[in-house]
Design a protein around this ligand. Structure first.
Ligand SMILES: [Zn+2]
Length: 448
């Protein structure tokens, strides 16, 4: 009798935390639904329940709408008959050690490991992840073990038989909408509105061709129609952003997802393709003379020095273009870089153009530039063997190989395809137009 009391206590605490988390999560979900006017189409369950609660709040005496209680099982085990105990995998703890810890005899442990073959690779267990032991008699060895590699499936080890199976959780996709008004930064506003970073960055890629998200203004409005995955009824990641709307400075922008065998990408209302946010190169008709290379041997310094840019060789005086909209953060002459310009495009991306012979007129710190605007001319200033522009691409403060980054520009639709596009996107446009703005979240809270 090696654990009874203590394990029971721990399990009860774990169970309470678990249900508390679930409740909190559901409550957060409801907040989003209520205050940010996230409307759920094709949805049932929890949202119906919420509406019921809203009604019963406003009319105190109205009967409360009662939902059928959820099934009381965990991993298919009846919760009233079994006890569960959660543990964390320790660093360097092998599967055999987990079974040993659970007091499974060695020969049984071997049979269980054999039963894993073809179902689950025991080497894929990750330290820090939790597993659950299942007991029919809390004073005996466990009869089951459950490991969840992801939210989408779990591995159920029947320790008695033994048998191992992978159970895929049912995943459904629901179309949902959200909207909001920007106050301060876009990310702050959207995050405060309960939107995930995943959804926010999807909106940026859908509308980045039209909206400069680095220069948004207070009072800008956005509306989104997207698909959310639900795993076992619980909200999970975003599947696709189907449509996005953004209103800034009196201008309205729509971006609609279109997807078939030949075309895939975002388009405007008339089926015009979203152009890429970044030009592929900062100079036209130039050849790449040196690629991004972390282990390059430097031709002048005669030693190994990583080249964190892409060199485009071109005659002196060839115009250099800003690859995207942004603000000049540096325009100066300094050391090996020679005369160079650095542009901030948004929170994430900056680009840098080195060895210029001169800057274009009006280019200095703080200048707003548009994609394709000339910012300077090719030269050979600084540490350089010949006229070229060394182009550096910064992502989150680190220099990356821009040729490896993917900024989708959608393929243009031929006229024959546009009719089809307009038909398929019509319901999405209607959904966007039907979304009513919650003017100010604080005001809504104050009314309650
Ligand atoms: Zn270079």
């Amino acid at each position: 009798m090696y654990f009874c009391a203590s394990h029971f206590k721990q399990f009860n605490m774990a169970a309470q935390n678990y249900s508390k988390n679930l409740f909190l999560r559901a409550f957060q979900g409801l907040l989003i639904v209520g205050l940010i006017a996230t409307n759920v189409y094709l949805a049932g369950g929890i949202f119906d329940l919420f509406e019921g609660q809203l009604e019963s709040k406003s009319q105190e005496d109205a009967p409360i709408h009662v939902q059928a209680p959820p099934p009381q099982t965990l991993y298919g085990y009846d919760k009233s008959k079994y006890t569960f105990y959660r543990e964390k995998i320790k660093p360097n703890q092998f599967f055999s050690a987990i079974l040993e810890h659970a007091e499974i005899p060695p020969q049984k442990s071997y049979a269980i490991t054999q039963a894993c073959k073809g179902v689950f690779d025991i080497r894929s267990l990750r330290a820090g992840k939790e597993y659950t032991l299942v007991y029919d008699d809390p004073c005996a060895a466990p009869i089951g073990l459950v490991y969840e590699p992801s939210i989408y499936d779990y591995i159920k080890f029947d320790l008695k038989t033994p048998r191992v199976e992978r159970i895929t959780r049912p995943t459904t996709i629901k179309v949902e909408t959200t909207n909001g008004v920007v106050r301060g930064s876009l990310w702050q506003s959207m995050d405060a509105g309960g939107n995930s970073w995943e959804l926010i960055s999807l909106m940026e890629s859908a509308l980045g061709w039209a909206v400069d998200f680095y220069h948004i203004s207070d009072g800008d409005m956005y509306k989104l129609v997207y698909e959310r995955k639900y795993v076992d009824g619980k909200p999970a990641g975003i599947n696709r952003l189907l449509g996005a709307y953004y209103k800034t400075k009196g201008q309205e922008y729509y971006s609609l997802w279109y997807d078939n065998d030949n075309y895939k990408g975002y388009y405007d209302l008339t089926g015009h393709a979203a152009k890429s946010r970044f030009l592929k190169a900062p100079v036209k008709f130039a050849r790449i003379s040196s690629r991004y290379n972390r282990h390059r041997f430097h031709p002048i310094l005669k030693r190994r020095r990583p080249h964190l840019g892409t060199d485009y060789a071109a005659p002196v005086g060839t115009p250099i273009y800003a690859v995207a909209d942004g603000v000049v953060s540096i325009a100066t002459r300094r050391g090996g870089n020679g005369r160079y310009v650095k542009i901030r495009h948004d929170k994430t991306y900056q680009t840098q153009y080195l060895h210029m012979s001169r800057f274009a007129k009006g280019i200095h710190r703080g200048t707003h530039v548009r994609q394709g605007q000339v910012i300077g001319y090719v030269g050979s200033t600084g540490l350089s063997t010949g006229p070229h522009v060394c182009f550096r691409f910064w992502k989150n403060g680190r220099q990356v190989n821009h040729l490896r980054l993917h900024f989708p520009a959608s393929k243009p639709l031929p006229d024959a395809e546009k009719q089809e596009f307009i038909c398929t996107s019509k319901p999405i446009v209607k959904m966007l137009d039907d979304i009513h703005f919650v003017k100010d979240r604080q005001a809504v809270l104050a009314q309650k």
